[in-house]
Design a protein around this ligand. Structure first.
Ligand SMILES: [Zn+2]
Length: 397
């Protein structure tokens, strides 16, 4: 069973990618996203030949009464695949002479599929209950969804190496999935992100990211929403718009500036390496970005990642690929109509725990236990270094 639909941006006549849906052997959804100018569409007729156990039902999550945060309990994830040998990579295309992977087609451009070991899952959700019968500990199904995004079929590549066309197809996939996942009634927030590098616990080397559709508003998004609402109440303006305007006026920590996007080290950066990228227009999610914004992002984002991969060099002057976490923060679903400017603007945050070649920042008592941060550097030093490497001929778009 498969169904092909065009993926469109805000202008429905401007189709830039093609989506094809299939189901895997255990009933999970898989979507092929093909560049429209590719000569090779993924073969969506290829079937998943594996004998997989059925997907588990939705796990549970409990609310911490001290903080109000929901904590999904995903104990089955202890058994998930961890750094398999190259030949057993579950994100490479399936090849005739090898064990079938998660992707049945023999090649693909971009693929999105439901995580086989999800911490959030809408299947067979049981009604809410209470832990040990105590009303202070609410428990309910963690009925969201976790998806995996394969950026390319090339196991050795990285997002920074994608062409603008390839990056554009990933952006189309993010936008399309964001719009669709926000339609799930239990979902409150959709977060597209990438973990890159073994140093931060990546379990698969293949270039990929994830999408979490949370059935609650996660803590950081909740903070962004609260601060944005406060700022709008005080000024009548959107908070990230004022932040970008201030960064542009100060012009001290700007790394890249396009027509539609601005990348900068925020004035109160907390990580050893940290860059934010914000659209010029107030949009709430990737799904709201338009053709021109996506086209520019498809060039700027890989260029930003290439610059980050030159942030540190080893003793021989060789660039050290930066372990990073890149996340797209969007506005959460609201219960009642709110002025859009009172809601947080879409933006990207790229952060790294690497503070020097071979040295990682460990999150200790203040950060881990208290959530209170102390920076080991200054945002201006981070920006000065990035301004040098973003101008290297090798990292120009
Ligand atoms: Zn692979």
């Amino acid at each position: 069973m498969n169904a092909t639909t065009p993926v469109t941006d805000s202008d429905p006549t401007d189709v830039v990618a093609r989506r094809t849906h299939i189901q895997l052997a255990d009933g999970r959804d898989l979507f092929y996203y093909d560049d429209l100018d590719t000569a090779d569409f993924a073969d969506s007729s290829a079937a998943d030949t594996r004998d997989l156990p059925p997907m588990p039902g939705a796990a549970r999550m409990r609310r911490d009464p001290l903080t109000g945060e929901w904590i999904p309990l995903a104990s089955h994830r202890m058994n998930r695949t961890h750094l398999p040998a190259r030949a057993d990579c579950p994100l490479c295309p399936s090849k005739p002479d090898q064990a079938a992977s998660e992707i049945p087609a023999a090649d693909y451009n971009v693929v999105v599929f439901e995580n086989r070991f999800p911490s959030l899952n809408v299947r067979d959700a049981e009604p809410p209950s209470r832990v040990d019968g105590q009303s202070i500990w609410p428990e309910r199904a963690s009925d969201g969804r976790c998806e995996v995004v394969c950026f390319t079929s090339d196991h050795e590549s990285s997002f920074s190496a994608l062409t603008p066309t390839q990056a554009r197809t990933v952006i189309e996939a993010w936008a399309d999935r964001t719009a669709e996942l926000m339609q799930i009634p239990s979902v409150r927030d959709v977060f597209c992100f990438e973990n890159r590098g073994e140093e931060i616990g990546v379990t698969l080397a293949h270039p990929h990211g994830q999408i979490y559709a949370y059935p609650y508003v996660p803590p950081r998004t909740a903070q962004h929403a609260a601060r944005s609402a406060e700022h709008f109440a005080d000024t009548g303006r959107d908070l990230l718009g004022d932040i970008v305007a201030a960064e542009c006026e100060a012009d001290r920590r700007i790394i890249m500036r396009g027509q539609h996007w601005t990348a900068f080290v925020p004035a109160a950066a907390r990580w050893p390496v940290e860059v934010h990228m914000v659209p010029q227009r107030h949009v709430l999610s990737l799904a709201q970005t338009n053709d021109a914004e996506r086209a520019e992002l498809a060039k700027m984002y890989p260029a930003l990642l290439r610059a980050l991969d030159h942030f540190f060099v080893d003793g021989d002057g060789e660039a050290i690929p930066l372990p990073y976490i890149a996340g797209w923060f969007a506005a959460p679903k609201v219960d009642e109509p709110v002025d859009e400017a009172a809601q947080p603007r879409l933006h990207l945050q790229v952060i790294s725990v690497m503070r020097a070649p071979g040295k990682l920042k460990y999150l200790a008592g203040s950060e881990s236990a208290q959530g209170a941060w102390v920076s080991d550097t200054t945002p201006e030093l981070i920006a000065d270094r990035l301004k040098v490497v973003v101008e290297l001929p090798a990292v120009q778009t």
